[in-house]
Structure formats: structure tokens, C-alpha cells
Design a protein around this ligand. Sequence first.
Ligand code: UT7
Length: 360
Amino acid sequence: MTNDDLAQILETSDGWIKSRTGIERRHIAGPGETTAQMAIEASRAALRVADVDPRDIDLVIVGTVTPNHIFPATACQVQDALGAVRAGAFDLNAVCSGFVYALVTGHQAIASGEHRLVLVVGADTMTKMVDWKDRSTCVLFGDGAAAVLLRASEGSAGVLATLLGSDGSGGDLLTVPAGGSAIPVSAETVERGLHYLRMDGQGVFRFATRVMAQATEQVVKKAGLKMQDIDLIIPHQANLRIISTAAKRLKLPMDRFVVNLQEYGNTSAASVPIGLCEAVESGRINSGQNLVLVSFGSGLTWAAVALRWGVTPSKAISPKYRIWWRWLLYRWAAIHRWLRQAPRRLMVRIIRTAEKQNGH
Ligand code: UT7
């Protein structure tokens, strides 16, 4: 959906959106398309690129605030659809910082020695949470998903330093008021539009410009590096002005930052991993380079990771037979799900019929 498309349904313009945010278009999930579906697609792509058997995954973490349901976790649906039969799975809610928080959590799970292979996904369909009549928020967001696999390894590459932050006092700056235990959904909350995302744009802007530069500086220092050692920064894609202010504060040129918000808008937890994947695919990231991933979001939350890229991104895709093998595993996972669900459903039907016959 381009800015001009939006201008057809709202009092806005391409000029306003582009000059205030840098966004030119965003991608919208179709009516039946869910966060879980996009997360599954992204995860399968990651498994293909890494040539990994889903049964080897130990843990699935999905950073999201737009899960298919409040529960069960979207991560469990991803785990099931991949046939990751040995994996534990959970969602992580840190809003736009969700992927970087999940990456830190996955890294710690491996560093503890407990796990060897962790799938980390950032996926959100924010366009299902925005009020399409509120021009101050709906123009900003898009839908997306991206995934990475973390594997235990020896050597100097990998995560060098991590940083997580939270300031709950700013929770009201960006929130979905209803739908939780404080204000359960009711006809009245829907009537008042309390199930939509609400934001104090300028408040978030001030916080973001401060925290983005600060978190980057802190994580680089923690990694024992200097700012000039950093080859590429992959920031959360909310607003070009936030990224350029951070660049100025860090005294770094803009070409040191990945910027793709013109194409996708703010995809929440998906924004940093989409930037990472695109930078890998375009050859902008190579083995031995130092990267910083940095994000901020509702909570308030912020998170940063300094890492040394250790794999040579390979253009060669897995051998054909392994692609087929994974395809079979995914089909088997679907059959397996059906085989487990069918007897449970049959049992429920039998019990209900028996209850009806007994007059309950
Ligand atoms: O992941 C974290 C997510 N959130 C963020 O990162 C958001 C951070 N904040 C921002 O990016 C910016 O604050 C916004 C892009 C949301 C807004 O930019 P701004 O420069 O702070 O604009 P504003 O809110 O001060 O609004 C300026 C004017 C207002 O009109 P008046 O009151 O001056 O007459 C708004 O009503 O712009 C108007 N406006 C619009 N006009 C055309 C607000 N939205 C629109 C719009 N099209 N879409």
C-alpha cells in the first residue's frame, strides 16, 4: 500500500508521510493471513538457507505483539508447522524490541549450555491493530516477518555484547488499552475504539532519538569495541528522522545504517530481522564484520546486540534432496497434527452426544 493509496482513504498525503517519516509504502497481510503464517514462512526460509533439519531445533522464540491468539503462543504454532518436535516454544512481548530481546534470550539459552540450536523470529501484523481512521498512527505501520537460526559454535564470531532496557513509566505513550485484564474486551471498549493502538507520537519520538544512540554506544563499549569498529548498524525502522538523529549523535555517516523503512514502514518486531536478512542477501554483510542491532518500542523497551558475523552468506541453496526432505517433514507435521487432533475432537463429540442423551 503506497502513501498515495492511503491518501485515497484518509486526509493525508505522500508529501507529509515521506517528509515526516521517510515511509513510501508498506505491505499489508491479506484478510486471512496471520502472524503465525508469516512466521512459519520466514522460519522455513531460514531453515532452507541454513540447511537445517527442523527436528534439530531446541527452542523457538517468536517476538510478537500480534499473536494469532492471546494464547496459545504463536511460537507453538510455528513449532508444530515446522515439525520441530524436540523444541520448546514461547512468544516474547517486547513490542518493537521483541526480536532483539528474543535474540538476546536465544543467545543466553545457548551460552548456558542448555540448548544448541534456537530459532528466533520477529513477526507482527500491526495493520490489524491500527485504527484505519487515525492518520497519525495507521500510516506508520506495515506487516512482516523474518527469522534467524542461532547455533552454538566455538571461535571469535557470534554475539559480543547485549543490552536490554525497560522504563515502564512510559507505558502509556504507546499502548493498546483494551483486551487485557485491566480492560477486558466488551461491546463498550469496541464502541470506544479501545482495542486499537494509541500513541503519543512526539513522546515516543523524543524517547527513541535519545535511546537509540545511547543503547548503541553502550553495547559497543560493552563489547570492548570503538564506534569506528562497527561496520553496520541495523536499527528499528520506525522513522528516518529517528535514525538520522541517532547517526548524528553517534557521529556516523548514514551509509553505516541499514534503512528500508521506505518500503515496509514500521513492522514492529520484524523490522530489525528484515533489515538484517536484506543486508545479508544484498551482500552488505560479510564474515568478520561487526554489527549492532538496536531497537526500541512500547513498554517502554529498548535492546541492543553487538555481534561479529561469522557465516559467509551462501548463495548456494541446500541440495535438492534436502529441500524435498524438509518439504516431506512439513507435510508430515500437518498429518501428525491432524492425527493428534482427530481423536480428541471425536472424544469431545462422543461425550457431548452422551450428555445430550442423558438430558444434561
Ligand atoms: O516503534 C515505535 C513506534 N513509534 C514511533 O517511533 C513514533 C515516533 N514518532 C514519530 O515518528 C512522529 O512523532 C510522527 C511521525 C508519528 C508524527 O510526526 P510529528 O512531526 O511529531 O507530527 P505531529 O504529531 O506533531 O503532527 C503535526 C501535524 C498535526 O497537525 P496540526 O495539529 O499541526 O494541525 C497532525 O494532525 O500533522 C498532522 N498529521 C498528519 N497530517 C497529514 C498527523 N498525521 C498526519 C498524516 N497526514 N498522516
